[in-house]
Design a protein around this ligand. Structure first.
Ligand code: TPS
Length: 341
């Protein structure tokens, strides 16, 4: 009988490793291939960064509560975030969409309004793509291109023992926002007369519907001449993503529970759902904040930025990956973030 392996048994990253195990590098200009937030090629002497991300209706967004303008913005921002995660500056995107016949020209225009707003925000040009039809909802794929301005791209694999682990912004908010929108959807479907009151939750709803890439932080780090030793963006959740840095760098880590930046709206929402703010921050996903390590000598400069929190430090691989609570308890960090399969 023919062998049939469930994709879920491998998971997203196991599947990628499996499918690319025989992929060869033929071009001397390929500086960094599959496995990081973006690839890097030497384009006639300049380091160029390339990344692709896909958004699928029903998996990445629900059109019942997602305004199309926000969706257009998000499709660009999540790709720009991957470029930022290499310490690169985004310059161009291509956009491919498969449109379902449920959509009108006006609806697609609304989506493009968001795309153009993001292009303006990040100072990038939309230079091409593909437009086709779909029988199964809306599919959006963006490829983003960026440039390294100082020949110093940053990968996931450079973290060293005793480096400090930093993240930008706050964590868990997008997850809390998604839970809130899903709850209001359920209430609305049961009783369409009820008006949701989302006024008090604009931060968490903003984080899920219209995230921002942290280009501002990349630029600040460049101004301060801080070169992180490793970097990635947080899309699946801190617990999963810090493990990527530790595996790639062959290190362990300690994360301090009490140092995790969590917005009060996230904590409130977590409580309503019987969760802790910490579990939202660790496992939520779609934060699109930057996660990076710096050498201790950069600490004095890093604390000058209100946008950055120091949340832990890198240890030797043998020490494993742990969360340290305020009470001094050590919990093994388990990747419990978003799983694509
Ligand atoms: C309707 N979600 C989707 S993709 C993702 C998360 C946390 C992580 C990054 O994905 N269901 C709906 N909307 C959502 N936003 C989610 C679930 C949550 P990728 O690794 O594909 O970039």
């Amino acid at each position: 009988m023919e062998q049939r392996t469930e994709i879920a048994s491998m998971g997203e990253f196991g599947l990628i490793d499996h499918l690319t195990r025989n992929n060869e590098t033929r071009q001397a200009s390929t500086l960094l291939s599959i496995g990081d937030d973006a690839a890097v090629i030497d384009h006639f002497g300049r380091q160029t960064v390339i990344s692709t991300d896909i958004l699928v209706e029903g998996v990445h967004f629900d059109l019942m509560y997602t305004p199309l303008k926000h969706l257009g913005y998000k499709a660009v921002a999540v790709n720009v975030s991957d470029i930022c995660a290499m310490m690169a500056t985004p310059t161009h995107i291509t956009l491919s969409i498969a449109l379902s016949n449920r959509m009108s020209v006006e609806a697609v225009e609304e989506f493009y309004e968001g795309v153009y707003a993001a292009c303006e925000q990040y100072n990038i040009d939309l230079i091409g793509g593909d437009t086709t039809s779909s029988q199964k909802g809306l599919f959006i794929s963006v490829t983003a291109i960026g440039e390294i301005r100082n020949d110093q791209f940053v990968t996931r694999s450079g973290a060293k023992v005793n480096d400090l682990i930093c993240c930008t912004g706050d964590l868990g908010a997008a997850y809390a926002g998604l839970q809130l929108l899903e709850r209001e959807k359920r209430i609305f479907l049961e009783n369409p007369g009820v008006q949701p009151d989302l006024q008090q939750k604009s931060h968490i709803i903003g984080k899920i519907l219209k995230p921002e890439a942290r280009l501002d932080v990349v630029e600040w780090l460049q101004e301060q001449q801080i070169v992180p030793t490793s970097m990635m963006d947080i899309s699946d959740g801190l617990s999963s993503d810090i493990l990527h840095i530790c595996r790639a760098s062959e290190t362990g880590c300690i994360i301090y529970d009490e140092k995790l930046p969590i917005d009060p709206e996230t904590k409130e929402m977590a409580q309503e759902f019987g969760l802790s703010g910490t579990s939202c921050a660790l496992n939520g996903g779609e934060d699109y904040e930057l996660l990076f390590t710096i050498s201790q000598s950069d600490y004095d400069k890093i604390v000058l930025s209100e946008k950055i929190s120091v949340i832990g430090y890198i240890t030797a691989a043998e020490e494993g990956m742990h969360l340290l609570t305020r009470q001094g308890n050590k919990h093994k960090l388990v990747a419990q973030g978003w799983q694509a399969f």
